[in-house]
Design a protein around this ligand. Structure first.
Ligand code: 7RM
Length: 657
């Protein structure tokens, strides 16, 4: 069941409340609390009314067809996401409004108006067409946080190609797996990106990913062309003849207009890989109309976006937060979206506050792990800058502890910006649980309540609804427009993962509690997914990376609570008989995981064990390993095959610390 309930009982005693101020309420996009009841009475009508705010080539015939676990929204409708994010603003006063305000880590800056964005997207879309990309083809994008990343995504959307963005922190091997699973025709990358003063060698990784693991042959045979953006001038000698083409050469001479493809509501918009409970990442499938509506509606109401706002989401577009709340939600609303390429401590620890002050950011959306880092660095960094432009703050990625919430509210928001804690997942496409800042009374540490039209419920093991004060599994009882449609190429896993725990109810794999007001308090994952700084990492992925090393016989990974990162990876490893334990092996194994998956999966601790604790049926008991790592009293060990194993582990772990 849900663990750590002791800690969260304490959390539920958190009793500070922040009702919306009169001033905020008066100007809010939505301030009538009746909207919840209205949406609940007829969710389909609620969504259909919101969908009128999008631009359709042809209106839908049917709002929803629900054949559990398959939903189709706005059947018969025709629209284009890039048209909704760009073209429709060009006939309004937004035509010359900044769409993207970008700053590179070295300090270079670029601003794209909606009109600029239109030309860039059209030209690149035409470039993709010239490479033979057609509707339905998959395109993998492996770029740093530069404007060409949203441009490439929107260009795909324009011609009906399916993008699969792979976060630049992923290794060559992770990139190769994702290219192969999606059978992408085209890979879009850059020579490199800037991070903490250094260069991330994206082209090198891309080249490695296109070779086999042994460095020979073709590791990703579906790829026909590689488009390379020149960003760092670090790979000019690495272009492969006949395969690679520079972004600027591809753009050369392409027409400035490109007719948007008329897409069906249910046509695939993109794939995004996320970690699950097996070693293989899942390709989450999002479609056109429902996804666009979900991001459009939640962005408008939760972030209370206004014409003159300057909005900044600090996520990387390689994760779903960047897809929905840097690109699609903001642009569909005609907002100004700030993008920053690099790290928060380059050149100094005040970089974020420098950006907020420089561009007059009014709405800031970031992650608890970042907030906790800033807390540790101290108030002096934000205090060096004028942050009074801010009027709303958001949080996403993991549970936010009340201390971090209060610090954010006080030192970043100056005590008068609502903080919206937004719960959602790659699979949900858009935010499902969050306050509406003109209506909801905020509580530090609570994501409060479900967005109108969303029916969230906490269920116990038996599937009974949990009342106030109770804890259990967070579920979503009705389909919603931006929900995932399937796992790419693995329908069975889709059904098994999300819809088999409770019939016809979406299983989030998150634990949650309900307080006496009916507000939700999220407790973290209940499956084998570790949330490191808001990044989802599968324990099985790290385990397979470890056993891939010839010195390792067996490995089991768990997430351990970490003051800054939320959770950290701890690996319990059994070495092969002939291998002696040493510090060098620890270093080697940590590096091995970083090379196989990416630096974010690198274990904080590696604990060597003669044996791992297993049930009599041979399953590794991760729960016990978690108890050991957290220094907790051991839970039930009666099913353990050899109880002595745990004692020796406890001793070991004690020594490590
Ligand atoms: C948006 C995103 C999803 C998992 C999810 C949760 C955790 C995200 C919150 C949160 C508590 C939040 N997508 N999570 N937001 N937990 N409060 N506000 O992060 O697919 O990468 O991760 O993240 O466990 O299941 S994700």
């Amino acid at each position: 069941m849900v663990e750590d309930s002791g800690r969260f009982d304490a959390l539920l005693q958190e009793d500070r409340t922040f009702p919306p101020s009169e001033a905020f309420k008066t100007q809010a996009n939505i301030s009538d609390p009746n909207i919840y009841e209205e949406a609940k009475r007829d969710p389909e009508a609620f969504w259909a009314k919101f969908a009128e705010e999008l631009d359709w080539f042809k209106k839908w015939d049917t709002v929803l067809e629900w054949n559990p676990p398959h939903a189709k929204w706005f059947i018969g409708g025709k629209l284009n996401v890039s048209y909704n994010c760009i073209d429709r603003h060009l006939t309004t006063s937004r035509r010359n409004k900044a769409a993207l305000v970008w700053e590179g880590e070295p300090g270079d800056r670029r601003v794209y108006t909606y009109w600029d964005l239109y030309r860039e997207v059209c030209q690149f879309a035409n470039g993709l067409k010239s490479l033979g990309v057609k509707k339905g083809d998959r395109v993998t994008i492996y770029l740093p946080m530069v404007p060409e990343l949203p441009i490439a995504m929107l260009a795909c959307a324009r011609i009906g190609a399916v993008h699969s963005v792979v976060f630049g922190g992923f290794s060559a091997e992770s990139l190769r797996d994702r290219i192969n699973d999606s059978e992408s025709k085209i890979l879009i990358t850059a020579d490199g990106g800037y991070r903490r003063g250094g260069i991330v060698p994206l082209k090198q990784n891309a080249d490695d990913s296109l070779k086999n693991a042994d460095g020979q042959g073709n590791g990703a045979p579906s790829i026909e062309k590689v488009v390379v953006l020149r960003r760092t001038e670090s790979a000019d000698d690495k272009m492969v003849n006949g395969r690679d083409i520079w972004w600027h050469d591809l753009m050369q001479g392409q027409p400035l207009t490109c007719e948007p493809e008329q897409m069906d509501s249910e046509d695939m918009l993109y794939l995004l890989y996320t970690s699950g409970t097996t070693g293989k990442p899942k390709g989450i499938v999002h479609t056109t109309a429902g996804y666009l509506l979900g991001t459009y509606a939640t962005f408008k109401w939760i972030f209370d976006i206004k014409e003159n706002d300057t909005y900044w989401c600090t996520a990387d577009i390689g994760w779903v937060t960047g897809h929905s709340y840097i690109v699609y939600g903001p642009l569909a609303n005609g907002a100004t979206s700030v993008m920053y390429e690099g790290s928060p401590d380059f050149p100094e620890r005040d970089r974020f506050w420098d950006i907020v002050a420089k561009y007059g950011v009014t709405i800031l959306y970031t992650a608890p792990t970042a907030i906790r880092t800033f807390m540790r660095w101290g108030e002096s960094y934000p205090q060096k800058h004028d942050l009074t432009s801010l009027r709303l703050l958001g949080s996403v990625g993991e549970p936010i502890n009340p201390e971090a919430w209060m610090w954010y509210h006080e030192y970043i928001g100056g005590g008068n910006c609502p903080v919206v804690d937004t719960w959602w997942q790659t699979e949900t496409g858009s935010i499902l649980i969050a306050p509406l800042p003109g209506i909801t009374t905020l509580k530090p540490g609570s994501a409060t309540r479900a967005f109108p039209g969303i029916e969230a419920e906490i269920l116990d093991d038996q599937g009974n609804s949990v009342g106030p004060g109770g804890g259990g599994y967070l579920t979503i009882k009705k389909p919603w427009p931006s929900m995932l449609r399937t796992i790419y190429g693995d329908e069975e896993r889709y059904v098994e993962q999300y819809w088999s725990r409770y019939p016809d109810i979406y299983f989030t794999a998150d634990g949650a509690k309900l307080d006496d007001d009916g507000d939700f308090w999220l407790l973290g994952r209940v499956d084998d997914v570790i949330n490191v700084s808001g990044h989802r990492i599968g324990t099985m992925e790290v385990e397979s990376a470890l056993v891939d090393n010839p010195k390792v016989a067996e490995a089991a990974c768990i997430g351990k609570s970490h003051e800054i990162k939320g959770q950290a990876v701890v690996a319990f490893v059994t070495l092969k008989d002939s291998v002696a334990i040493s510090d060098a092996i620890i270093t080697e194994l940590k590096a091995h995981v970083a090379t196989k998956i990416g630096a974010m999966a690198r274990p904080d601790d590696i604990i060597f064990a003669a044996e791992l604790p297993k049930t009599r049926s041979g399953k590794i008991m991760r729960r016990l390993l978690r108890d050991v790592a957290e220094g907790r009293a051991l839970g039930d060990t009666t099913t353990l095959a050899d109880p002595a194993v745990v004692d020796s582990l406890k001793e070991q772990y004690g020594e490590e610390e």
